[in-house]
Design a binder for this molecule. Structure first.
Ligand code: SF4
Length: 352
């Protein structure tokens, strides 16, 4: 079991972030915030998929005005994403943001940063201090990795000082890079130095097929070390997929409790003599309708399959026109292969 790093608890509306609380999955709306209907629909789809917080961009005053309306209809607390404009930050807080994401480095005037902090404090909202490697000052193309991380820590330490001096500690920290190793190293360094909750993410990760592996490696490495209190998987595509990937990463480390059944499918090899992939896809459809933890294995052959699937609640395999069903590793039926799906469905229903 993973022992999470001890942190403060940060409150963002009804959501608590920090080591005593489950890791919060978040995502971001991909429509313009002024498109209220579609933004609300996407937020609520993300909430239904398992997002605990959803972020929206508010680049203009029209966006913060729309944000105020969206907050009323959102099923989860919302985060306003602020860049450059202190006025947008204040408007978003007053519009009902539970949290704002701020890179203090792109708010030029310290008086404005203090004005935002005071407003956040008055409204009891949370703030994420987000630093991206690309926004670090004094960074040259050939600045070595260690120096880059030192600069990020130094910049973060400076910002935290400003917030703490103002009496504001409801903060989450994030240091991001598009480089997996630097993301890991920077987050370890920040986690060692500060005890605020950490938001994990990898910037500009790419299209889903390119983003999933680097994001999983970066997030998985950090989470395994107990680092990370809220997570966003950035992909260019459907944000619901971001939530699903985050759940899978967390679940693979025992950090996410889900009632969803688990489907195990063997990778197949030369011993497999049936359409295992097609069959597994049909089983997946069956399992999508079930809301209880259940391990179902679809294996390619009778030689290794049953042994490899011994820890599944139900396992099936097929060979030479016959279908085999196993429960907890014990064979319970041998039937014609054509009847295997229907028989499996019945067995699933018995224990669901
Ligand atoms: S279960 Fe059988 S078919 Fe599947 S990978 Fe193992 S040996 Fe190959």
């Amino acid at each position: 079991m993973i022992k999470r790093r001890k942190t403060h608890t940060v409150t963002a509306g009804s959501v608590k972030i920090g080591s005593k609380h489950p890791i919060v999955i978040q995502s971001m709306v991909k429509f313009e915030t002024t498109d209220i209907a579609r933004s609300v629909k996407q937020i609520n789809s993300l909430a239904a998929a398992g997002a605990g917080l959803v972020r929206l961009a508010v680049p203009t005053a029209k966006d913060t005005a729309a944000f105020a309306k969206i907050v009323q209809r959102a099923k989860v607390p919302l985060i306003a994403d602020i860049h450059f404009s202190p006025d947008r930050a204040i408007e978003a807080i007053e519009a009902g943001a539970a949290k704002i994401r701020l890179n203090p480095g792109n708010i030029k005037n310290i008086k404005d940063v203090n004005r935002i902090i005071d407003c956040a404090k008055a409204h009891r909202i949370a703030m994420r201090i987000g630093i991206n490697e690309a926004s670090i000052r004094n960074l040259l193309h050939d600045t070595p990795a260690r120096r880059r991380i030192d600069l990020m820590i130094k910049e973060m330490a400076g910002y935290i000082k400003i917030f703490e001096k103002r009496g504001f500690s409801n903060i989450v920290l994030s240091v991001k890079s598009s480089d997996v190793l630097r993301t890991i190293e920077a987050n370890i360094a920040i986690a060692e130095k500060f005890d605020y909750p950490l938001h994990l993410g990898l910037t500009h990760a790419g299209l889903a097929e390119d983003a999933i592996v680097p994001a999983s490696v970066a997030m998985g490495t950090l989470l395994q070390k107990g680092i990370g209190d809220t997570i966003r998987i950035s992909i260019a595509g459907d944000p619901v997929q971001e939530v699903q990937i985050a759940q899978k990463i967390l679940a693979s480390l025992g950090l996410y409790h889900s009632n969803a059944p688990q489907l195990i499918v063997c990778p197949t090899c030369g011993r497999c003599q049936w359409d295992l992939v097609g069959f597994a896809q049909q089983v997946k459809k069956l399992l999508d309708k079930i809301d209880r933890p259940l391990r179902v294995a679809v294996m390619g052959c009778v030689v290794n399959g049953p042994g490899e699937a011994a820890d599944a609640d139900i396992a099936v395999c097929a060979a030479a026109g016959k279908g085999f069903i196993y429960k907890k590793g014990k064979k319970i039926a041998v039937i014609p292969q054509s009847k295997l799906l229907a028989a499996l469905k019945k067995e699933i229903e018995k224990i669901s």
